[in-house]
Design a binder for this molecule. Structure first.
Ligand SMILES: [Zn+2]
Length: 252
């Protein structure tokens, strides 16, 4: 993961953790703004663009909060986080050592989706309050989009595809049941590669049959997940040579 994110620009430090942006993030930010501007088109071009930028910043801010949830829970288990970065496929927290136990791994992995689900709930609740008090309709649109985006973020990350959060929870469960970190990593990695392949085939099939070429995004995402799975597996295997667990990881 570190090799893929070379060239990141560091924009600050929060809770002692470096926060950065990889140049590839600018592409996905522009794509999200463009998509949202189209969906807000009936507001007029200037309003739609402004609202799209605010919503996109809110969404990527939510992604950073998701990563900080991982980082702060990791800290409680004595695992330091080196950096949090935004890039083409979202956010990633790079931690210094692998979690010391299955319980720690599950808690660290679950913190991100839980945080995103809570953000979705807060946005949904705020949306209801705005609607019932006759508040600013543009604000309601932003809240609606953020509630949906955070709910999707929570659900997608819970898919059992290592090294995504759900895959790490799967690895923790197998690690706890079998007491074998290496075997758990192998099984979770197989699930991760299966998911990456399914995502790629789904994207290619959709693009082929519907001619909606934006579906090729899923092919790219599948490619990224497969690379991340291989790198995470190799790193975990290397660390397993020295100790039961140790090293660094990227937590999408
Ligand atoms: Zn996560």
């Amino acid at each position: 993961m570190a090799q893929l994110l070379r060239g990141s620009v560091w924009i600050g430090r929060c809770f002692g953790i470096r926060v950065g942006i990889h140049p590839s993030w600018l592409l996905v930010f522009a794509l999200v703004v463009w998509t949202l501007t189209s969906s807000f088109a009936d507001l007029g071009a200037a309003h739609a663009l402004a609202l799209a930028i605010v919503t996109a910043l809110g969404f990527f801010g939510s992604v950073v909060v998701h990563e900080f949830a991982h980082a702060l829970v990791a800290r409680r288990f004595g695992v330091a986080t080196l950096s949090i970065r935004l890039f083409l496929f979202g956010g990633v927290a790079t931690i210094a050592t692998e979690p010391p136990s299955p319980g720690a791994e599950a808690a660290i992995a679950f913190a991100g989706p839980l945080c995103s689900a809570m953000l979705a709930g807060v946005c949904g609740l705020s949306l209801e309050i705005v609607r019932h008090t006759g508040g600013e309709p543009h604000f309601a649109l932003v809240l609606m989009a953020l509630a949906a985006a955070n709910a999707v973020l929570a659900a997608f990350n819970l898919l059992p595809a290592f090294p995504m959060d759900g895959g790490r929870i799967l690895r923790a469960a197998v690690w706890r049941l079998r007491g074998d970190h290496a075997a758990a990593t192998r099984l979770a990695s197989v699930a991760g590669m299966g998911f990456a392949l399914a995502l790629g085939l789904l994207g290619a099939g959709l693009a082929w049959h519907t001619h909606h070429w934006e579906s090729l995004w899923y092919v790219a995402l599948g490619g990224f997940v497969s690379i991340a799975t291989i790198q995470s597996y190799q790193r975990a295997r290397c660390e397993g040579c020295d100790a039961a667990a140790g090293g660094s990881k990227g937590a999408p």
